[in-house]
Design a protein around this ligand. Sequence first.
Ligand code: FMN
Length: 339
Amino acid sequence: MDLATSYLGLTLKHPLIASSSPLTGEIDNLRRLEDAGAAAIVLPSIFEEQIEHEAAEFERLADARTDSFPEALSYFPPSAAFAFGPDRYLELIRRARGALEIPVIASLNGSTSAGWTDYARLIQEAGASALELNSFFVPVDVGLDGRAVEQRHLDVLRAVKGVVTLPIAVKLSPHFSAVGDLVRRLDQAGANGFVLFNRFYQPDIDLLTMRLSRNLDLSTPAEIRLPLLWIGVLAGQVRGALAAATGVESAEQAVKYLLVGAEVVMTTSALLRHGIGHMRTLLADLTEWLDARGVAAIGDIRGKMSRERLGDPPAFERGNYISILHGWKGGLHGWKGRA
Ligand SMILES: Cc1cc2nc3c(=O)[nH]c(=O)nc-3n(C[C@H](O)[C@H](O)[C@H](O)COP(=O)(O)O)c2cc1C
């Protein structure tokens, strides 16, 4: 069976990728993920703040030196500021590329297009196969309007594209009033792929300590529905590749994502929950599912159930919601007793 998949111009053995998390930040884990069959891995994100912090620290050191040795001014040209950037991240890319045969996708988190984008060039030089822009950003400033938030995403993409030739995927949150329009504009601005969706870390309150708790819940398969909807709507509408990135616990969710049109399917929570070897199970079960149905190539099922191909567009829209309510035998009264 032909599971080969193309994503961001990379040829992958199959569509299963380990998404960005601390798990992918250790070279031993990366080797084990490759052994377990991962088709590619996404490294943890490096954050704009980390890059800026290190750049500021470098400036401070450079200033101290230039104070004592005026001739050193030319020794540290301004563009060299990032040569001291978060070296460990660049080293991780180099080591991962040296140790693995599968593609290594780096991940940058930035919400402004300030000077830190030069760091993307260093990521490229370190040998990353592609770059994911993790646009995790919560617009807590209530004066910031929706268009301005969207513009940030476009600005960051354009700034990064201005310094690298690497293929770039944008990892988005689902919290936009018109996800489809934003994806379309990012597509026009040259994004090579879209990772749908990121999960925001939302605070909770620990009532014992009366403090905000920041623990992170792992996802569940029930969470695939929102990305399933948007991938199904966007398949065939954009040039960029679609990566499904939430709630993949078993091959069942992966199959559903492929059916609506995902090029690749990513997983983190399931790997954290069951261990790296779970990647092997996912791949075996996906292969078995396809085999049992006589599917010769993964391309034969991809997008079969997208909005474009279904021939039943309301299935993805409000019309479907209304027909579900009409068709529900208990009627709306059924909810009253549970209130
Ligand atoms: C502990 C943890 C750390 C994560 N760190 C990152 C990160 O650095 N960058 C990123 O883009 N996503 C990060 N994510 C999000 C995952 O890559 C993934 O998009 C999200 O968990 C949804 O996928 P899942 O349902 O398979 O867990 C992290 C997730 C977890 C659980």
